[in-house]
Design a protein around this ligand. Structure first.
Ligand code: PHE
Length: 498
């Protein structure tokens, strides 16, 4: 049974009662103790509310407590007036019978007068100035009863002799009556069945909601303080691998800088991976320890036109004014299949397909090199590659673009240094400052005429290629690149959201 409209004290009281035997009758004391209240008005109010809901039955009785009034206190100490006069009469009986005169001498006026009235009621008569008792034993017994009555006070009205109570009620100032309401509370069947879940007290606000802030109630509300020292379980939800998250971030930065993404195969020919980029065919990087060549397919067929153009460039510089590398260019070597060693293999093919359209293209993709695995090397890794081709493209534009990218990544300190690549002139190394040190993150440059002319490209092409794992080491604070790929769940769970 739900009890959503109960007030907090009502909830607390009902919970306390449910924790005890169901048919218990609760008095005020035990209720205050059980609810940890000190104010009985709270208990009475809560009980009243619960009674209205039918969850609690209240037995309410008005008790009359009889206690001594001022005159009663005095009578208790010094004896009732009739008792004192009766004693006086008995003390003097033997020598001379007590007279009215003697009584008036022995007692003050305000006592003598009413005293005589009381004695008359008890059976004392005045005969010729003498005080005569016809029933002395009965008078003594009645006075003792009255004295005992006063001694028994305070007491509840219904425990007392009613005729004596009536007697003293009729006399002035001896006793007083205090009325007291006594309540007993007990659970009803409905009350026993209210779910304890419905009896949680909603004492303080522990959560700010828009609804709460739209109203006025929060102004007077009590708010629960956060205890940041408490142990809390870390919520474990599915999440992207940090590398995937980093790739997404890099992507979104280039997309917002106006680049289009290029996605292409990693199985490529040596011709596009190297020859197109004017890397000499006898370059050591082509040898087995650097490049993964493939047995299948046995060769990748290339267009005769490009093969002849590269042959001319490599052997004597074609029409570019360059002297080329000399020697004999092999179209067979050109058509050897391999796993791409850099993503420049894809951007150069993109340019070959669109030689006269200005473009901004990027890719974040996997490359392969025959590297021994160590702290900073992996045989499979990712490059962040990009090109800008447009009529007025220049070196400053290249540097600014790279600085903009790294600033957006959170590394505003970027510098470039002269470098060498066979396919760019000038060539740059890009460095980023991290924890006070300059770290080399990639290469860049403007494609040489030996690269662009055979493909019919006339505008300058700015190009760069940067290591993604190097950047990840920076972002995640790693000193070992292998950490990224060993699937250490504990480590993965604790990585920041990128
Ligand atoms: N391809 C080069 C590398 O793999 C990077 C680079 C790309 C340099 C484009 C210049 C221009 O390191």
């Amino acid at each position: 049974m739900g009890a959503p409209d109960l007030l907090n004290p009502e909830r607390r009281m009902l919970r306390a009662m449910q924790l005890s035997e169901p048919d218990r009758s609760w008095d005020l004391e035990s209720l205050l103790a059980a609810c940890e209240w000190t104010d009985q008005a709270v208990a009475v109010g809560a009980g009243h509310g619960l009674q209205n809901h039918g969850f609690v039955a209240v037995d309410e009785r008005v008790l009359r407590e009889i206690s001594l009034d001022l005159g009663g206190d005095d009578a208790h100490k010094n004896g009732l007036l009739e008792h004192r006069i009766w004693s006086w009469m008995n003390d003097h009986e033997d020598e001379h019978p007590p007279t009215m005169k003697g009584l008036q001498e022995a007692f003050e006026r305000h006592e003598a007068g009413p005293g005589v009235g009381l004695l008359k009621q008890l059976g004392v008569s005045i005969e010729g100035g003498l005080l005569v008792a016809s029933n002395p034993d009965e008078i003594t017994r009645t006075i003792d009863e009255r004295t005992d009555f006063l001694t028994s006070l305070p007491a509840l009205d219904d425990t007392l002799d009613q005729s004596l109570l009536n007697h003293f009620s009729a006399r002035k100032n001896l006793i007083k009556v205090v009325e007291r309401t006594v309540r007993h509370w007990s659970l009803t069947t409905e009350g026993q069945h209210v779910s304890s879940d419905d009896l949680q007290e909603t004492v303080v606000i522990s959560e700010l909601t828009p609804e709460l802030l739209q109203g006025e109630a929060w102004k007077s509300a009590e708010f629960r303080a956060f205890d940041v020292t408490l142990e809390a379980a870390t919520p474990r939800t599915g999440r992207s691998h940090p590398m995937q998250a980093l790739i997404e971030r890099v992507r979104s930065i280039f997309l917002e800088m106006g680049f289009s993404e290029l996605v292409d195969d990693y199985v490529q020919s040596a011709g596009w991976n190297m020859d197109a980029l004017f890397i000499p065919q006898d370059h050591p990087a082509r040898e087995m320890q650097d490049t993964f060549y493939l047995d299948q397919p046995s060769s990748i067929k290339l267009d005769d036109d490009v093969l002849q153009a590269w042959k001319s460039i490599h052997e004597h510089g074609g029409e570019t004014g360059s002297t080329g590398w000399g020697g004999t260019y092999s179209t067979e070597v050109s058509q050897r299949p391999l796993l791409r060693t850099h993503t420049t293999v894809n951007t150069i093919q993109y340019l070959a397909e669109h030689p006269n359209e200005a473009c901004r293209v990027f890719s974040v993709d996997r490359v392969f090199r025959k590297e021994a695995i160590d702290r900073t090397h992996l045989p499979e890794f990712h490059q962040i590659e990009g090109i800008i081709m447009e009529e007025d493209a220049n070196l400053q534009m290249l540097v600014t673009t790279l600085k903009t990218f790294y600033t957006k990544m959170g590394y505003p300190e970027v510098r470039v240094r002269p470098a060498y690549f066979p396919y760019t002139e000038p060539s740059l190394e890009i460095e980023v400052k991290w924890r006070g040190k300059w770290l080399e993150l990639g290469g860049a440059g403007i494609f040489r005429p030996e690269v662009t002319e055979p493909l019919g490209i006339t505008s300058p092409v700015l190009a760069w290629g940067m290591g993604l794992e190097r950047l990840a080491m920076l972002v995640l604070g790693l000193d070992d690149i292998r950490q990224l790929y060993i699937s250490d769940l504990e480590w993965l769970r604790n990585q920041p959201v990128l």
